[in-house]
Design a binder for this molecule. Structure first.
Ligand SMILES: Cc1ncc(COP(=O)(O)O)c(C=O)c1O
Length: 469
């Protein structure tokens, strides 16, 4: 018996959507055979960060710096004003950030961690606490290098991969209040809020939560700094899920959210549709003065901060493109499509599906593997072997070690991240990815774990090496 083919929208019982762009230039992909992938993975020490990209078929390692730029952005690259000081592209960038985020003072940085370094060195005093809605690898490291002590104050639901809370990125205000009570407000450097929360699966923070946090912080004179890396995606979830925001644009929601914070750092390689770049923005002149001075030491003059003029132009144009409602809708729609396929086949993933990636829940995927044999790292390796798809670990390897005890951090979440670059892959690529995940899932019982045979001191997930057990 033959069945009538259905469009994807029909299969999911909704009207189909499509990307708000068409393809003008393509980059050919190749796929090496299984023996070649075995060789490549062994040479890479079972760490997908150490694979050569030529050996990768579909690259879902990260959404960072992997976006396709538009024809407008490429045209903007030709308008680079490569003056050492006062490049006109800097002023375009400054204006775009002021317009869409609403902050007053801006310095560019080469990427997000450059900005994290500057803000941490400027506002953290040794021994102060930095409460945040779950850690991010580079963010926490810079906070610790500046002498800060990170404290996780995200709501408990965020640590549970099957809890369907609509705003799993929310800050637990009781946890913040308890810390203030115990340590005193002057022992808190600032509250570090990320929207969305990468390590929690790209989960959003609600507007009500940031507003309430603002009120609490105002009572105690504590500043709030935002990791705005995927804040446009966060705005989409507010528009979709929070009462009173359905008729507001992403741009309006973004600006309102930022208005409850004192500044932000940004890895422009994500939301902003560029391959390199970042910035730091604050509203306080004194903090800005310090940052503007420090940026010269570590990044470059305050009107380029490690970026070429052409990069700043592409970034300024990218901000205006990325904040458009139809762009974000299709971006998150594609991520969700992959998530819907996998949940339909009972593959365990972090729920609800977040903004930038599907996070496979390695603890439920491989219930027979304890965290000490790195199940999420193992899953990333198996997926690559199956089909040349590159993903990455977000579990015990990424969590690193407690600097005081030297023990592994054992995070509750042990995840393998399939990160979707913006405007790069098609629905057909998502189908191939889903089928490969399913194939690896079907062989799960015979999979063994890994042992770590080389461990770098900082951010070990980038360069650690493993062997099969
Ligand atoms: C939430 C978040 N913050 C900060 C960063 C650091 O940015 P970059 O990689 O540009 O240094 C990243 C990068 O992955 C991120 O996801």
């Amino acid at each position: 018996m033959t069945t009538t083919p259905q469009t994807m929208g029909q299969q999911f019982g909704r009207r189909s959507w499509a990307e708000p762009w068409k393809i003008k230039m393509v980059e050919p992909l190749t796929m090496i055979d299984r023996a070649g992938r075995e060789r490549a993975l062994t040479e890479a020490g079972f760490n997908t960060f150490l694979l050569k990209s030529d050996d990768v078929y579909i690259d879902l390692l990260t959404d960072s710096g992997t976006s396709a730029m538009s024809d407008r952005q490429w045209a903007g690259m030709m308008l680079g004003d490569e003056a050492y000081a006062g490049s006109r592209n800097f002023y375009h960038l400054e204006e775009a950030i002021q317009t869409y985020y609403g902050y007053k003072y801006i310095v560019p940085t080469h990427q997000g961690r450059g900005a994290e370094h500057l803000i941490s060195q400027t506002v953290i005093k040794k021994g102060q606490y930095v409460p945040g809605n779950m850690y991010f690898t580079t963010t926490r490291l810079h906070q610790e290098l500046a002498g800060g002590i990170f404290v996780d104050v995200i709501i408990d639901e965020a640590h549970d991969p099957i809890n369907l809370h609509p705003f799993k990125g929310n800050i637990d205000l009781n946890k913040v209040e308890a810390l203030i009570k115990r340590e005193g407000a002057d022992k808190i450097a600032y509250i570090s809020v990320a929207g969305t929360v990468n390590m929690a699966g790209g989960q959003p923070v609600s507007m009500a939560n940031i507003k309430a946090l603002r009120e609490l912080c105002d009572k105690h004179g504590i500043k709030i700094f935002l990791d705005a890396t995927r804040m446009m995606e966060n705005a989409f979830f507010i528009q979709e899920r929070e009462e009173g925001y359905a008729d507001k644009t992403i741009a309006q929601i973004l600006k309102e959210f930022c208005s409850y914070t004192d500044g932000a750092w940004m890895s422009a390689k994500k939301d902003h549709l560029v391959n390199i770049g970042g910035w730091l923005a604050v509203n306080d002149w004194d903090i800005f003065e310090e940052i503007r001075n420090l940026v010269v030491v570590y990044e470059g003059l305050h009107t380029y901060g490690g970026l070429a003029g052409r990069d700043m132009e592409a970034l300024a144009i990218g901000i205006a493109e990325a904040v458009k409602d139809d762009h974000i809708r299709s971006r998150i729609g594609q991520v969700r499509y992959l998530g819907e396929l996998l949940t339909d086949w009972n593959v365990p993933i972090m729920m609800p599906v977040g903004g930038h990636a599907i996070f496979l829940d390695a603890k439920r995927f491989y219930p027979h593997l304890p965290q000490s044999v790195f199940p999420a790292q193992t899953l990333a390796a198996e997926l690559y072997l199956d089909s040349g798809i590159r993903s990455m670990e977000r579990g015990v390897v990424s969590a690193g070690r407690d600097p005081h005890t030297g023990d592994h951090y054992y995070p509750k979440l042990e995840l393998t991240r399939l990160t979707i670059p913006r405007r790069v892959y098609t629905q057909a690529h998502m189908d191939v990815v889903a089928e490969s995940v399913k194939a690896v899932f079907d062989q799960r019982e015979s999979t063994r774990g890994l042992k770590m045979v080389y461990e770098p001191k900082y951010l070990r997930f980038f360069q650690a090496r493993f062997e099969r057990l």
